[in-house]
Design a protein around this ligand. Sequence first.
Ligand code: IMP
Length: 434
Amino acid sequence: MNTLVLIGAQWGDEGKGKIVHFLGKYADYVVRYQGGPNAGHTIILDGKPFVLHTIPSGMVLPGKICLIANGVVFDPEILYEEVNLLKKQKISVKNRLFISSAAHIILPYHKLLDELREKGNIRIGTTRRGIGPAYADKVVRIGIRLCDFVEEKTFKDLLEKNLREKMPVLKQITTANKIRSEIMKNYKRWKNFLKPMMADTALMLEEAAAKNKNILFESAQGTLLDIDFGTYPYVTSSNPISGGVCIGAGFPPTKIKYVLGIVKAYCTRVGEGPFPTELKDKLGEFMREKGLEYGATTGRPRRCGWFDAVAVRHSVRVNGIDSFAVTKLDCLKGINPLKICIAYKYKGKIIKEFPYSREIIAHCKPVYIEMPGFNQNIRNTDFNKIPENARKYILKLEELTKTKISLVSMGRTREETIVVSKPNPAYEERWGLI
Ligand code: IMP
């Protein structure tokens, strides 16, 4: 048995979908353990981009078993649409996609509450997919899990309890009757669609591990959006860090063998919140156009900036990252010099560790080193033959983050990936990371 946790080490959108597509061939199971349809994992299929929001990216690889584990919150309508989109690509989810009985459901009132909050005085710049309100319900213990949703009487009772609780806020924009009838109009279709996929995914994972299967855990969002370790309050409502696997999938920490961090060769963020290395100028716009930096879920333009080694070191620490996959190196072509943030300055003091204080992270100034840029295309899949300055840049990231780099991605398709040659402990070999 071998397990690999693939996490985003920045603010999400690091290119996790592509790397799952690349490594997925070694996996028997691909598991989503947190987040929901706020995610948008882009995979290039037959030359066209294909976006999955809730279903693990491994679904596009023949024969892989895909699990939506208990830590995920999912919207039945979005999931239904995703399954139909896959069907159009001749990809069937039958006996391949399973959803935890304990995963919580996002219902229309969650999306309304998300929108209302965003219009109020706490604006996070959420995806407005109802993620925060659904996780809030889970924590205050009024959430509806899949196993409760499929039992009609239980569900109706819970729906009424939720409406009674939420209407004092929602009555500004709608009525209980409207919400109830929208849900009940779809209820039977959703139930019939979901019931065959309902499973005890923690048990399935225990059995898979006992059969010596390879399991890939695919996170959504990124470490700097983690509810505990991100730039709170401008974060998502779950734990994308590697430890999230234990809670979000019921998988024991003692069985996690490898953590692969995904980082972009630069940095992006979508939504509100601090971003010390943000470029609010023409160079930032250049990066956005070069990298096609527009949200896969909302289409919003992403904010772009330099690689932040302070933030990524924090990610290495809280995730236990064994190695990195660096994506979008090709997008830095033509930028000279390249800058990397190695510390922050706040009120005259140098800060070397990522601060928790919202005041410091919002007002600190980055301290940069400069590296020479490159103008050539990166076509070669041999790391030693890529442009010298591109290679030096990667080796500098390795030095600054104190973490080895095992993969470099320089294009959208899985073929455009360099496996950087490194010493080979057995677990790396099994994931093709040597
Ligand atoms: P929520 O997850 O929709 O509540 O949004 C909270 C914050 O996380 C916002 O800043 C979103 O833009 C950000 N966010 C959520 N999902 C993603 C993602 O998949 N990629 C990048 N940012 C995300």
